[in-house]
Structure formats: C-alpha cells, structure tokens
Ligand binder design. Structure first.
Ligand code: HEM
Ligand code: NAG
Length: 329
C-alpha cells in the first residue's frame, strides 16, 4: 500500500501528458520556438549573420525582406510560394502586377546557400522569409520580435490568387481592412503594418493619378508641387525609375514618421491616405504618430500574426533545396 501512487496525483500526471499524447498520435507539430535547435542549432544565427552582411553591402535588402513577408504570408500561407520562379505550367508570383518594384530576390539564395552548407535540406525557405524579415526589422531600427519556426515550403506558386489576396494601391479602406481581418489582423494591427511604408520607395506609376490631370485634394498642396517635380510624366513608363517615399526624412528607419507624414497629407498611395482619414483607422494613426513605442508594440504583435498565417506543417510541404524551385522527386 505504501508505495502506491495516490489516485489523485496519477490522474494529474495523465492530465499533464494528454496534450503531448494527442500531438504524438496526430503526428502533427505546430510552429515552435527554436524548431531547428537539434536539426540545425545555428540556423537562426546563420540567417541573422547573412541578413547583417547583406545589409552592410546592400542596405535595401532589409527593406525587401519586410515586403517579402507581407507578400508571402498574405497569399494563402507563409510557404515561400512567393520565391518560386516560373516553371513549365507555373507562373511565378514575383511576376504579378502586385509585386511591382520587389527587389533583391537573388540575395535570398545567398542566405539559403549558407544554411545548405551547414545543414543540407533542413531549413525551409518559408522560415527564411519569416526570420529574414524579423532580423531586417531590427537593422531598420524596429522592434525585436520572437518568432516561431517549422514552416514548410509549398510545391506550387499561387500566382493566380495574388490579385485577389494582396490589396492594390487604390483599394478602399474597407476592403483593405477585411483582407487583413481575414488573416486575423485587426484595424489597429493594420495601421501598424502599413507603417512598413516608413521604409523604402514608391515608384511614380503608383501615385501619378493623384497628381495629373488634377491634383487629389486630399494631398497636401505643397507636397503636390514637390511630387510633380519628382514625377514629371503623367503617364510614366512602367520601367521608369523615378520614385518618392512616404517617409522622406528617414527612409531606412522603421519609425512613426510614416504616420506623421500621412496625417500631414503626404501619403503617396491612396491606401496610405485613406488610413489617415478613415474613422476606423485614423485614431490609431494619431496614436502611433504620437508614440513610436506604441507603434513598435503594435507592429510586433501584427507581424507575428502575419508570420503565422496558415503555415504548412510536417508533410504538408517540403524543404526546398533551392528557394527558386520545388524539389524534383
Ligand atoms: C494595403 C496594403 C498595401 C499596399 C496596397 C501596398 C502597396 C505597395 C506599393 C504599391 C509599393 C511600391 C512599390 C514600388 O513602387 O516599387 C509598396 C512598397 C513597399 N511595401 Fe507595401 N503595401 C501594402 C502593405 C504593406 C505591408 C503590410 C508591408 C510590410 C509590413 C509593406 C511593405 C512595403 C515595403 C517595405 C515597401 C518598399 C519596398 C522597396 O523599397 O523595395 N507594404 N507597397
Ligand atoms: C486602380 O489602379 C489600377 C492600376 O494599378 C487601375 O487599373 C484601376 O483602374 C484603378 N482603380 C480605380 C478604382 O481607380
């Protein structure tokens, strides 16, 4: 009798094991912190080293990594479908109109090669998309974000769905909000994420319709004159290199100057400007413009939700050997 475990404590023991057992039986594990701790212990360090090296050579790579996570995770799943090249019968998402201006894809291969030489076939391209964005944000003066890993890569591109899943520059705020809502991001998170436009550039073709033939009255009139000098042609060639920025003062820093600028009528895209004027979003814009720490907290929260959108787990996807191509089986 003396060495029998009391019934109440054995029940408690089973209760503790239950989630583990369930996970074991279903054979499915969720995203987790340090997913590669045993299979490739230096994975996260390697990615960070490469992101830092690339940033010192080409500062705008960090900006590209941030745009990448949006364009990958917003389209069905954070599955690196964005990175696939054209293949027979398969159009690349990179060629879609919404991907206009995206750059630096070739340097993803630099990161992938560093991982392949240490741990072949182990770290997914989808996790590279997520962690490179996370590490890029820090280099851009943004917040540090703890991200889970374990995403698998898709075998197919979702090019045909890009237009319906990534908002256009002139969409209504209600449609933008419902797109973000459908991946679990509320209005406050949307206002924070659009703060991504605090870094990088926007080509004239995306906003000349607000300058010519008549200036959009919601644009700051002095800014219209400035932008007309930046964008002299009312019908720029899609290959034209002229651009401006939402944050002219610190375009390499992820700060709340974006929110200040759109309140000043200097948002370039219609969606930028709507964010400042729509009653559902403008209170958050004002609060972020006044408080950079609050912006960063909300940005972290929303980027994390985005980064966990519908990941492919276990055998739902593969670990691509080259981020540009599905593996040949
Ligand atoms: C309604 C949602 C959004 C729309 C319509 C939109 C649209 C655009 C457009 C048209 C450009 C300019 C491309 C060019 O002319 O080269 C751009 C640039 C950019 N976007 Fe967005 N965007 C949205 C949300 C986001 C989000 C959520 C992020 C990230 C958190 C993001 C990150 C960026 C970055 C970093 C750039 C600059 C890229 C560079 O300089 O290479 N965008 N976006
Ligand atoms: C939005 O911009 C696209 C070009 O990107 C254009 O084809 C379309 O007509 C515009 N829509 C509206 C409602 O202005």
């Amino acid at each position: 009798m003396a060495n029998r475990i009391p019934r109440s404590s054995s029940c408690f023991f089973i209760f503790l094991l239950l989630p583990l057992l369930l996970q074991f039986c279903s054979g499915k594990s969720d995203l987790q912190l340090n997913y590669y701790s045993e299979s490739c212990p230096r994975a996260e360090e390697i990615i960070k080293e490469q992101v830092i090296n690339l940033y010192h050579k080409h500062g705008n790579t960090a900006i590209s990594w941030l745009r990448n996570i949006f364009h990958d995770c917003m389209v069905k799943s954070c599955d690196a479908s964005l990175l696939l090249d054209n293949a027979p019968g398969m159009e690349s998402e990179k060629n879609s109109a919404r991907s206009f201006g995206m750059r630096n894809f070739k340097y993803i291969n630099t990161i992938k090669q560093a991982l392949e030489s240490e741990c072949p076939g182990t770290v997914s391209c989808a996790d590279i998309v997520a962690l490179s964005a996370r590490d890029g944000v820090v280099l851009l003066g943004g917040p540090e974000i703890e991200m889970k890993t374990g995403r698998k890569d898709s075998k197919v591109s979702h090019a045909a769905d890009v237009d319906s899943l990534i908002p256009n520059h002139n969409d209504s705020m209600s449609s933008v909000l419902s797109r973000f809502q459908s991946v679990g991001i509320d209005a406050e998170g949307t206002v924070a994420l659009l703060g991504g436009h605090s870094v990088g550039r926007i080509h004239c073709i995306n906003f000349v319709d607000r300058l010519y033939p008549n200036a959009d009255p919601t644009l700051n009139p002095a800014h219209v004159e400035y932008l007309k000098r930046r964008c002299p042609s009312p019908k720029p060639d899609p290959k034209a290199v002229e651009y401006s920025r939402d944050d002219l003062a610190t375009p390499m820093v992820l700060d709340n100057l974006y929110h200040k600028s759109i309140l000043d009528g200097k948002g370039l895209l219609i969606v930028d400007q709507e964010l400042a004027s729509d009653p559902l979003t403008s209170p958050f814009v004002q609060k972020m413009a006044a408080d950079n720490d609050y912006f960063h907290d909300q940005f972290s929260r929303a980027l994390l939700i985005l980064s966990e959108n519908n990941p492919l787990l276990n055998d739902e996807g593969e670990i691509r050997k080259d981020c540009r191509f599905a593996n040949k089986n």
